[in-house]
Write a protein that binds this ligand. Structure first.
Ligand code: NIG
Ligand code: FE
Length: 414
């Protein structure tokens, strides 16, 4: 089946000439094409043809996208979308001056959401999460990572991952599952870390790997969560089961998480709000995707990650919403792009590379996703504007007109 997406004003290809990521200065090179239409065969990008030749082109379908621009489908590579309940009470407390960490230390924070997820049935979770996925799709998202990490015991971590797996099979987009059992210690393990780590290593990881319930193992390296040595042990076990590694690190403190990520060849190091110059240098020469989450800094009112320094040191930068109820109750990708531009001084082009090809790199799917290159999957976000700058300029406005997954139109705006 051949389809032509005809007469767009621009195609933002994010071309990488087959390299499949961008680092340093390359982030700015978004491979802009004007005057071309896009040919898709089944689920694959087949060709770029001049607009003038569309009328003579033999095709099964022409989809007119005049006065629109085509981007690669957006990729949100770090989310905690599978949560239940609310933390609006903590939001009120933070507005009065309490910090996120103070709330966590007194039993709130992540563990408040853990209680809500443990209470929720599988069906309730599916009903709660589905509209959130619909919203991502309406914004042009074609691949979405979702973490567990609010179950924190065998039954409830598995429940979360099975819900994520069900949602993946029910939605056209790719939902990539990450096991985040090492998010924090649950209340029953506060005084017995060893028992919880054993549970992760001996029971959870075994079951999850055996049942193919997660691609990645993630962990939170912080004073209120897991120490470096605790995480290293868990990650080595996860790797031995074939899971790839992601790490929440350097959000509030530098505990050495970057070295751990480098040693274990993690796919990504996420957060990095307080990353120091020495670690920036190391990241700059590495293959690790640095996933920055400016929504968290905005929502918690804390300093932003040093995006410019990372780019100047030749790092590979991705952006994500970090959508979660406690530190970034934001699932609006346009807003995150604008915050990244305004607060972290990223260029418009850099924010686009960071939400497409480099987000794909962070999820280890960039070989066939994240850019519009011949042979790659036809995952597209088609925006209702004549200039890609509008996506970042129109702060928080969803300008997506059409979402295309594997060559199929799965969403059209009213
Ligand atoms: O990425 N930092 C740890 N985890 C999440 C927050 C989760 C929560 O507060 O519920 C984050 O910011
Ligand atoms: Fe997170």
């Amino acid at each position: 089946m051949l389809k032509v997406f005809s007469n767009p004003t621009q195609i933002v290809t994010v071309n990488t000439s087959g390299k499949n990521y961008k680092r340093g200065k390359e982030h700015n090179d978004i491979g802009l094409l004007s005057g071309y239409s896009l040919v898709v065969e089944d689920d694959i990008i087949k060709d770029f043809i001049p607009n003038t030749s569309v009328k003579n082109y033999e095709t099964d379908e022409i989809i007119d996208v005049k006065d629109k621009i085509i981007l690669p489908g957006l990729i949100d590579c770090h989310t905690h979308t599978a949560f239940a309940g609310t933390r609006s009470d903590e939001f009120r407390d933070r507005l009065k001056g309490k910090t996120y960490e103070e709330i966590a230390k007194t039993g709130g924070g992540i563990n408040k959401t853990v209680a809500a997820v443990r209470r929720a049935s599988t069906e309730e979770l599916i009903n709660t999460i589905s509209p959130r996925i619909d919203y991502f799709i309406s914004q042009g998202v074609t691949s979405l990572e979702i973490k567990s990490g609010y179950g924190l015991d065998f039954e409830n971590e598995v429940k979360m991952l099975k819900v994520i797996s069900f949602l993946n099979s029910n939605y056209e987009i790719d939902i990539i599952p990450t096991f985040l059992g090492a998010h924090t210690f649950p209340p029953e393990a506060r005084d017995n870390h060893r028992a919880y780590i054993d549970l992760i290593e001996n029971d959870m990881l075994l079951y999850i790997a055996h049942n193919d319930l997660a691609k990645f193992c993630d962990g939170f390296c912080e004073a209120t969560a897991f120490s470096l040595t605790e995480l290293e042990e868990i990650f080595r076990k996860a790797k031995s089961h074939g899971l790839a590694i992601k790490i929440h690190t350097d959000q509030f403190r530098n505990l050495g998480g970057i070295d751990l990520a480098l040693n274990l060849k993690a796919a990504s190091a996420d957060h990095l709000e307080v990353v120091d110059d020495e670690d920036i240098k190391k990241l700059g020469n590495s293959e690790i995707a640095c996933v920055l989450l400016p929504g968290t800094s905005f929502f918690l009112n804390v300093p932003y990650a040093p995006a410019r320094k990372l780019i100047d040191n030749n790092a590979i930068l991705a952006l994500s919403t970090d959508y979660n109820p406690g530190s970034s109750n934001i699932s609006n990708i346009n807003l995150i792009m604008s915050i990244a531009a305004l607060k972290m001084k990223m260029t418009i082009e850099e924010t686009i590379s960071a939400f497409t090809i480099n987000a794909a790199k962070a999820l280890m799917i960039s070989e066939d996703k994240g850019s519009i290159e011949i042979g790659k999957k036809a995952d597209l976000a088609i925006f209702n504007t004549n200039d890609y700058a509008d996506i970042v300029y129109n702060v928080g406005r969803n300008m997506n007109y059409m979402t295309v997954k594997n060559g199929n139109v799965i969403y059209i705006a009213d």
